[in-house]
Design a protein around this ligand. Structure first.
Ligand code: ADP
Ligand code: MG
Length: 338
């Protein structure tokens, strides 16, 4: 008798969810990436009980066509890439078509969306099962409400840390995405209390002030460099503004927030002996490159990337920071006023 069988779609989605959705902040990250890919300029993020009770994201982006709504919840269904070539030049934050089916397989999801061209659509899915679908009047954009996260994966639920820790992870994601997308207004509310609101006027320094405070922003200086392959720009803190962790260093590649030890090390190296042992700067380093030079298809969460030419990028970054600090005495006056 045959012993091998294919897993049900729902179970396959739950397994994928295990990689993509680790905690409430992962849901927030995936949904925000979708809103950003849909060209939203205003995103409201309503959270209750650090995301364990409610994660609701409302955007004014492109919306989803009625015909596409159910497909969007299928595994590997995406509007962002079509063929193999596209995979090597991904310009969107998403492309794997895994977030919506993963989230819907382990939570209660209600989505209302409209392209603004026709009546909108409402769909209610829980544990992978479509409970309702109907037309709904809605303005252009998408509202997605996630409740009962991990209701059917008890181990995950148990593994969650304190509300304070889970909320901090959500705030961290919103911070980094608002630094990556200064032209977008992010509005984060937790248990009815506003935590973040960015102006969305395109000014990164203003976002730095909004999330890290005005004093921190005043101690950040701009960097700018390019070579044949890379363009590097952003802000780094004066050596006097440091923290005890590397968490205040944000690295973006083509608008995607990534984690890369070598690049982080290169930033720190640029400060040379100006930093005390165990202290790290604030930095927002935005790197633009041909998508062909970066492979984002390394891990389901898309935070790890593989870079060709990593060495030349790393030395460009160290150099530009070194140069900034050789001229540091010139800086304060010009950058004090925001
Ligand atoms: P991916 O982002 O990798 O394509 P997802 O499962 O996150 O996969 O989303 C599936 C599809 O649903 C997306 O490709 C997109 O077309 C659509 N979608 C999801 N969220 C939104 C949104 N907020 N606005 C517009 N379209 C969306
Ligand atoms: Mg996505």
């Amino acid at each position: 008798m045959a012993k091998i069988h294919e897993l049900s779609v729902n179970l396959a989605n739950q397994i994928a969810a295990g990689e993509v959705i680790e905690r409430p902040a992962s849901v927030v990250k995936e949904l925000l990436e979708n809103s950003l890919d849909a060209q939203a300029t205003q995103i409201d993020i309503l959270i209750e009980a650090a995301g364990t009770k409610l994660i609701e994201i409302i955007d004014n982006g492109d919306g989803i066509d009625d015909d596409d709504v159910e497909i969007a919840f299928r595994r590997h269904a995406t509007s962002k890439i079509i063929d193999r070539q596209d995979l090597f030049k991904v310009r969107t934050l998403g492309f794997r078509g895994e977030a919506l089916p993963s989230i819907a397989s382990i939570a209660d999801v209600e989505l209302t969306t409209s392209t603004g061209q026709q009546a909108g659509t409402y769909v209610h899915i829980k544990g992978g099962e479509v409970l309702a679908k109907k037309s709904a009047s809605a303005r252009r954009g998408t509202r997605i409400k996630v409740t009962e996260l991990f209701f059917n994966t008890p181990a995950r639920l148990k593994y969650l840390k304190s509300q304070q820790t889970e909320l901090a992870k959500i705030v961290d994601i919103v911070n980094r995405l608002s630094l990556s997308y200064p032209q977008v207004t992010f509005h984060l509310v937790h248990n009815g209390k506003q935590i973040i609101r960015t102006a969305g006027n395109g000014d990164v320094k203003r976002v730095i002030a909004e999330i890290y405070g005005l004093t921190a922003a005043q101690k950040m200086v701009p960097i700018n460099a390019e070579d044949n392959d890379f363009q590097v720009e952003g802000f780094v803190s004066l050596p006097e503004l440091t923290r005890a962790s590397r968490d205040y260093i944000s690295v973006l590649i083509n608008g995607r927030y990534i984690k890369n030890f070598q690049i982080t090390k290169a930033i720190i190296k640029g400060y040379g002996s100006k930093l005390m042992v165990g202290r790290y700067p604030f930095a927002v380093v935005n790197i633009k490159m041909d998508p062909l030079l970066v492979d984002v298809n390394v891990h389901p969460t898309k935070q790890e990337v593989r870079l060709s030419q990593e060495e030349s990028l790393v030395s460009l970054i160290t150099q530009v920071i070194q140069q900034v600090f050789t001229h540091v005495s010139l800086i304060p006056d010009g950058y004090q006023n925001l």
